[in-house]
Design a protein around this ligand. Sequence first.
Ligand code: HEC
Ligand code: HEC
Length: 306
Amino acid sequence: MPLTALKNRTAWMLVTMILASSFVFFIGAAGASPKESPYTTSRYNAGTPNSSIVVNKDGSITAYGNGAIIYTLPKTSLAALGQALYATNCAACHGDKANGVPAHSSDPRYANVRAGNYPNLRGVGSAAVMFWITSGRMPAAAGTNVQAVRRPPRLTYTQALEVAAYIDSLTKTPGLPYVPNVNLKGGSLSTGASLYALNCAACHTITGDGDALASGTYAPSLRNVPANQVVEAIRTGPGNMPRFTGNLSDRQVRDIVKYVTGYIQHPQNPGGLGLGGLGPVAEGFVGLALGVGLLCLAAFWVGERQ
Ligand code: HEC
Ligand code: HEC
């Protein structure tokens, strides 16, 4: 082959490669920006275009949201029942008035406790109260643990609503966000998968099994978390988890929840064996060991024996 022809060919290959890579980049960039119009951060964590707000005569708000997630305020009539539950289950740590225990408290009840360890609950929002109670984290077993852990809940769902209503009653306007209810119908698994990879996998790992973080804390496994608790976690940011508000719309949150509850909690393994989702290297190694092993056996079987 003459040298000029080779040169031409190299030049063409280069041009094609550059074109192809910019095309791939273009597709990648298009995939990264959601088609939805930008999410406008408002006082309410639902700013998607069709979000609706139910405003009462006195100006208070009972519910807000859209087809993807509706956030509802626990009924104010539940507060009286909640007050009694709060006094027996929560007051010892978070204080009689739910305003937390100030750092360096001189109250003898808190003598053995790290100062300032008990957060103020006023205005945290009913979604946060629901998350911490229904995931069994609260009432906490001990106030001195690095991180409260998921346990079978001590209070029922209704009792949790009652406590949330009581804590809401302590501030002039109830805290945000309200208790979410997600509608997974119409959610997109594939959008959820890429949003999950982008926003959550760094801490919870791509398989959702969770992983250790700094200073003895960890991002827990997502394999047994009900849908609404996933929304609550995303919107309130428990512990070391960031709080996602303006950067994820309610539809995007719905898609992530669909992915977590629909795929992470029920993984499909087209190859048959999931092998615990250990990753391509470990799975490839198993494939190699089994495959080459079988081939060796077959070879021995058909081969000549002496
Ligand atoms: C033994 C002490 C203790 C008891 C009892 C307790 N808590 Fe807590 N609570 C804590 C500690 C400590 C934290 C911080 C935990 C963490 O960050 O992991 C916390 C955190 C919370 C948070 C998260 C606040 C935020 O801003 O992130 C909520 C909500 C909460 N508690 C509600 C309750 C409710 C409601 C009850 C009663 C049903 C309760 N707790 C009972 C110790 C307690
Ligand atoms: C910076 C790390 C980090 C990122 C990013 C993160 N999380 Fe978390 N997540 C945590 C930590 C830490 C906790 C535990 C908080 C605690 O209990 O104090 C947690 C808790 C949770 C829980 C509660 C699990 C349980 O057992 O109750 C859910 C659900 C959750 N995260 C979902 C998500 C989703 C979905 C995303 C992405 C939108 C995400 N997280 C992003 C660190 C992270």
